[in-house]
Design a protein around this ligand. Structure first.
Ligand code: FAD
Length: 393
């Protein structure tokens, strides 16, 4: 049996794809879907996330975006979603593919967009350069000061909270056990990882105090150890606590605003006061505004300064945001790596596989990550191989 440590979008996606193939798998997480995946905006935007130095990340992102439609359709089916009123069942995940509009205000921004457009053109990626007027025709709520934009029509987005909820439902329907406990240590036999030690049950009786297994109808106290033929470490920003993997937490603050009418039809992003800001519309009228990027260790406090900057910058793009009700503010920890690429594959230690370090793109990269672990993407697997970092154990 494989044990997946971590039930965020990455660990749950791997578990679901494995269970679908009939492979025995168990997920261990004290609070599934509560990490970065709970905070994420859900942009599936490899094209508009591209920078000149990140060619390999772009390749991974484009490949994973290609997998998203079938991944979403199969997930919606396995979670029991149904098509409603002409809308496909994937609307239950809020999967939309109306593109991203990157906007510019000043001459420097416009020049940067021109350069980016030329670079993408060279890579054969579809983008359209728009004037300010064309941008406002697409998105009438944009500020009059927007002078131009770059539309990536193939970019998509999804609601990560709906995706993880659907993954948990699908796993339960497939009878996959979910052990609500923290893995404290990898168990080893000689040089081989043979399981995980679980945090001993806390007898206080508080929420989440005792490890319990659910899924397949089972709900029972778990032993303090879980044997595994293979442990897949998918504990996001916390992964380095269990194995030597160069993953660090990168804090992101993000807010959700509630709008009676949708303010935008697609994702809009731009650079304001030197920092990037984006707005992602949800099907239910919510507008997600994100996100800060801070090197603060395991700090998940939401700060006045962080929210101020987000709102100040978002208002420059779409002045109407200040009228909206605040629905939710949260800070999440992205699992960052030194080269911004994920770490997926055999660790070098027998019995231990890594699936972590997805940094800003774990939602986008979840389908590809599962495919790599199932041996479906050998060429791309080389780009994210743990072997590129020395002495991972
Ligand atoms: P997580 O979701 O953090 O899950 C890790 C899980 O491991 C948690 O549930 C935790 O409880 C569990 N865990 C930790 N330690 C242990 C242990 N010892 N034992 C058992 N379980 C353990 N990505 C995109 O693709 N698009 C976006 O638009 C986007 N926006 C983002 C916005 C913000 C503000 C942030 C913070 C991130 C964003 N990301 C986005 C990045 C994305 O959220 C992450 O890359 C992704 O969620 C990582 O998933 P994960 O499953 O590896 O980690």
């Amino acid at each position: 049996m494989d044990v997946i440590v971590g039930g965020g979008v990455v660990g749950l996606s791997i578990a679901w794809r494995m269970a679908r193939e009939g492979r025995p798998v168990t997920v261990v997480d004290p609070a599934p879907a509560s990490g970065a995946s709970h905070a994420a905006a859900g942009m599936l935007a490899p094209v508009s996330e591209v920078t000149y130095t990140e060619g390999p990340l772009l390749r991974l992102g484009v490949a994973s975006l290609r997998r998203w439609p079938s991944f979403a359709a199969e997930l919606a089916a396995d979670a029991g979603f149904e098509a409603v009123g002409g809308e496909p069942a994937t609307r239950g995940l809020d999967l939309r593919s109306d593109g991203t509009l990157d906007v510019a205000f000043g001459a420097d921004d416009l020049a940067a967009l021109d350069e980016l457009a030329a670079y993408m053109d060279k890579l054969g990626l579809r983008v359209e350069r728009l004037t300010g007027r064309e941008c406002r025709r697409l998105e009438p709520m944009l500020a009059p000061s927007v002078r131009g934009g770059l539309l990536a029509p193939g970019d998509a987005w999804v609601d990560p909270r709906r995706v993880t909820a659907a993954l948990l439902t699908a796993l339960e329907r497939l009878g996959v056990p979910l052990v609500r406990a923290r893995a404290t240590e990898l168990l080893r036999d000689g040089g081989t990882v043979v399981g995980v030690r679980l945090a001993p049950p806390d007898k206080s009786g508080g929420p989440g105090s005792a490890p319990v297994a659910s899924g397949g109808g089972a709900r029972a106290e778990e032993p303090a150890e879980l044997a595994a033929e293979r442990v897949v470490l998918a504990a996001g920003a916390w992964s380095a606590g269990l194995a030597e993997v160069p993953v660090r937490p990168v804090k992101g603050q993000i807010m959700r605003l509630r709008s009676p009418q949708p303010l935008l039809g697609r994702c809009v992003r731009g650079t304001v006061h030197g920092s990037p800001v984006y707005l992602v519309p949800r099907g239910d009228g919510e507008l997600v505004v994100g996100a800060t990027q801070e090197e603060m260790g395991f700090d998940t406090r939401v700060t006045a300064g962080g929210l101020y900057e987000l709102l100040r910058d978002a208002r420059e793009l779409v002045p109407g945001v200040t009228e909206l009700e605040v629905a939710d503010v949260v800070a999440g920890l992205r699992p960052g790596t030194p080269d911004n690429l994920p770490v997926i594959g055999p660790s070098g230690t027998p019995g231990l596989t890594l699936a972590t370090g997805h940094h800003r793109g774990g939602v986008l990269l979840a389908p590809l990550t599962a495919a790599v672990l199932l041996g479906e993407e050998s060429e791309l697997a080389a780009l994210c191989s743990p072997g590129r970092f020395r002495e991972i154990s």
